[in-house]
Every structure is written in C-alpha cells, then in structure tokens.
Design a protein around this ligand. Sequence first.
Ligand code: IPE
Ligand code: IPE
Ligand code: MG
Length: 249
Amino acid sequence: MKDIQLDPKRIPQHVAIIMDGNGRWAKKKGELRIFGHTNGVDSVREALTAAVEVGVQYLTLYAFSTENWNRPKEEIAALMDLLVQSIYNEIDELNSKGVKLETIGDVEILPKTCQNALIDAKKKTKYNKKITLILALSYSSRREIAHAIKKMTQEVVVGKLSSDSINEDLISSYLSTANYPDPELLIRTSGENRVSNFLMWQLAYTELYFTKILWPDFKKKNFFRAIYDYQKRERRFGKTSDQILNENV
Ligand code: IPE
Ligand code: IPE
Ligand code: MG
C-alpha cells in the first residue's frame, strides 16, 4: 500500500527517468558494476508498476546513451546481454500489465541479439493500451535534433517541405518522440543534477526532480514521492502566480 496521497486529477501523463547510480551502488557493496545494473532491473519493474498503478500513460527510461558507448567494452557487452535477458524474462509480465514497448535512439546500431529481442517484444506488445514504456537506447538528444534538422533540410531541398512551415510543432514532429506528449516530470537518481543529453527539446517546461537515491534502491514509494513533489509545484509557463490561480477557479 502506498502511504502517499496523490491527487488522481494531477497525475503526469508522461514521466521520464534518468536511471543513474548503478555503478556506485555496486561499488559500495564491493561488487562489480554489472551487479548494479542487474539489480537496476528490479527498479525498472518497480517504477513501471508504480506508473501503471497511478495511471501514467508514458514512461521513458534512459537506459543507454550514445556517450555510454565510450565505457569499457566488457561493461557494454554485459549491459547488452542484460537487456536481451530482461526483455525475454519480462515479456509475459509486460503483456499481462498491458505495457506497450517502444524505443527511441539509434537502435539499429545495437548488437543483432538486442535488435531481435526488441523487435519481438515490440511486436508482441503492440496492441497493449495501459501504458507505453519507451526505452531510450543509444540515445542522444543533440543527435536526435541534428537528425531532424537534416531530414527537414533534405525535404526543403526537394520541395517536399516549405521552409516557411518550420515551427516548433513541426520540429517536434521530426523527433523520435513525435508520437508522445512532452514529459511533465523528469526524475534523475544518484544525486547528479544534470540532463546528460536526454530529451533536451522535450524537457523545455518539464518539472525536474533530483534524488540522491541510487537507481537500484529506487522503489515504488520513491516514484510516488516524486509525483507527490510534482503535484505540489505550480506550473506557470511564464505567467504569474495570480494568473494561474484565477485560471483554476
Ligand atoms: C546508470 O548507472 C546506468 C547506465 C548509464 C547504463 P551508471 O552505470 O551510470 O552508474 P554510476 O553513475 O557509475 O554510479
Ligand atoms: C546517463 O547516465 C545515461 C543513462 C542513465 C543511460 P550517465 O551515468 O551515463 O551520465 P553522466 O555521464 O554521469 O552524465
Ligand atoms: Mg552514471
């Protein structure tokens, strides 16, 4: 049971999480970094279950950044294996919860085994409606924006797109997140207060929640706490507090 009372009318539609601190968690226990990653999978389950329980529609998890390719190759290989294993272990559970799995990032450069597991899982969960779980894999926000600009420019050159029609909505529609609303809440664990090249366009007005908890220690109650914190905030979008209060009466 959750002891935190959330307002059901103010549940964010989309929550994004930078799952950080696996390595430090393992180190504290005198274990190898991969032990932290393996235990981090439990926290993914916790966050997803919590999200489903309160009615979040989209959950985006930063699982592997473009920059993470610079890690030792043994760690990368272990992470990729863990991804494949976790997908196969969890697929039935995901299906029974009504989870639709999608990805953002350069998935086509992941090892073939990962790509196949992802293709399979996406196919199996395609018609699920309860929540969309978006895994950011080999993802970089600047790369995503550069790619969108390249595509738009190419279309302008061949006359498929008019440069006059380029506006904020159009740019959003060329990003890999085109089908999702912008996140209302971003959670980052492990005490790092940075965005690390994650959803930089999409986070323009997102509420940021930083916690010192290391990702493998992140449980359902921590997810509810983040939403509780979010619900206490006044989202002004450039307006004054009085304007917002008047809108809500
Ligand atoms: C997050 O934990 C997982 C990935 C980036 C893949 P880290 O592996 O970054 O853990 P720390 O930050 O070194 O503790
Ligand atoms: C961000 O974590 C990427 C993921 C959580 C997948 P990092 O641990 O790679 O971030 P930095 O390098 O400390 O900013
Ligand atoms: Mg880290």
